[in-house]
Design a protein around this ligand. Structure first.
Ligand code: DAT
Ligand code: MG
Length: 138
């Protein structure tokens, strides 16, 4: 059974959208394997977004992700990695299709980084690595 690491990012958490994200995950038929509210450390975020180090949006992204607590969730289900990314929608809120989390709930802000409510792992390798960052005991 596949697992994926989901984050309800600071914008989603602040706006009270954690329950709505979890509702959509459960409605899809995925189950929750772990759930925690975490105030991310710089080290956690640097590890989580290591693939983006050096890109123009890297520092704004880490700053945004440090702006408040996140909900970290491990979900479980057949092909849940790809499946959750379908639920989440495209990275940019203004390009994400209606019906998706980012399309329905995400907004374009003036800043340089897209505040798009959720993160979801993009491959089994990323999922294993990211679960280790947010839930070292799993
Ligand atoms: P995703 O979160 O859809 O997997 P990603 O891994 O490419 O997207 O990027 C991580 C986050 O960084 C993304 O959710 C929002 C931000 N981001 C990505 N590309 C960006 C860009 N070109 N400009 C501003 N922010 C960006
Ligand atoms: Mg990504």
């Amino acid at each position: 059974m596949e697992r994926s690491l989901i984050l309800v990012k600071p914008d989603g958490f602040r706006r009270g959208l954690t329950g709505e994200v979890i509702r959509r995950i459960e409605a899809k038929g995925y189950t929750l394997a772990a759930l925690a509210v975490v105030t991310p450390t710089r080290d956690q975020l640097a590890a989580h977004y290591a693939e983006h180090e050096g890109k123009p949006f890297y520092e704004p992204l880490l700053e945004f992700m440090s702006s408040g607590p996140v909900a970290a969730v491990v979900i479980e289900g057949q092909e849940c990695i790809k499946g959750f990314r379908s639920l989440a929608g495209a990275t940019k809120p203004t390009e994400a299709a209606p019906g998706t989390i980012r399309g329905d709930l995400g907004r374009k802000w003036a800043g340089t980084v897209d505040e798009n409510i959720v993160h979801g792992s993009d491959s089994p390798e990323s999922a294993a690595r990211e679960i280790g960052i947010w839930f070292p005991s799993l």
